[in-house]
Design a protein around this ligand. Sequence first.
Ligand code: SAM
Length: 351
Amino acid sequence: IFRFDGKDEDERPHKRTKDVASIVNHYNARPEVGVIQRNDSPIIGLKNFNNWVKSVLITQFAHPILAKSPNAGPYPNSSGMRPGMQIRPGGNRGAGKVLDLGCGKGGDLTKWAKAKIREYVGVDIAAVSVDQARDRYNSLRGPKFAASFGAADCYAKPLNLSLPPSMVQSILPPNGAEFDVVTMQFCMHYAFESEEKARFMLHNVSKWLRTGGVFVGTIPNAALLLEQLDALPEDATDLSFGNSVYKIRFENRKDRPVYGDRYFFYLKDAVDDVPEYVVHWDHFVQLASEYSLYPTYVKSFHEVFEENSDHAEFGPLLERMKVVDGNGESQMDEDQWEAANIYIAFAFEKH
Ligand code: SAM
């Protein structure tokens, strides 16, 4: 499986911008609480819902071994597969390679285990989180996919995943090292601090993704954020909005650069006033096309819910993942439900 090169000069903390340092410190400092304590979180309904959305996204779009035929349509049909998708010889499970950029503490490992992938590589800038992800992988029960973890800034330079020479022949496809899926959950927006970082991020996604492979992710919904900023009173000096669960604070009202459009984000029991950057969607799509990545799907989290809550597989999953209780009652209050819709889910395909 893939292994990383040793640490390199660029990863040294003093080379990081102040924003990156506070992002890394924040995530490294957040404790891994385990399942029992996690259930006590005041926003457990929202956390479970976010996990459900990721499960839907992974199952529908990132099923790693579904190969795309040249005339595949863009959207999934009722069985969750895009028209024209082909099932590889050997069945429809068990052959995928997934690269998780910004993998955090490995919160999606179980989801990938359920998708029966073959190989997983998790990378995150927060070294403490990476260790926790590795521990979580080691404690997974049942048959496991092969996995490798490493700490690296995925937005600072070309990502170098290397293989021990003896394994190169057996694993690499003839055209180089490639993954079927690259996943970036709740983390891609940190790359939009600058054009250089956004480009390194897209370079890394595209470089490691095979043609026909899928890039999936979740990011804040720029249109919704800016709509709420616009709705603040003309003379407001505090440019913040939110509710009891989340707060977003902008620093200015008018200047909307495509990179470095910064705000500070607070999410109860999760994120404490961390700098983030608006991902202006149309600009992102245009930029991604320079890296041969084309969108096939983008929906707000509310839309993902509306379209999948009655689905034969994802409906019952809502209860299993404790988004709703046995009576179908939501475990989120109004404020959590509103906070849930800050995010959008997307899928791109590499041509
Ligand atoms: N993807 C995980 C999940 O869904 O549970 C973690 C999401 S967490 C909200 C955001 C993650 O992005 C953090 O683990 C953080 O360390 C990571 N991150 C931020 N900047 C990064 C960078 N430059 N390179 C790699 N990871 C980064």
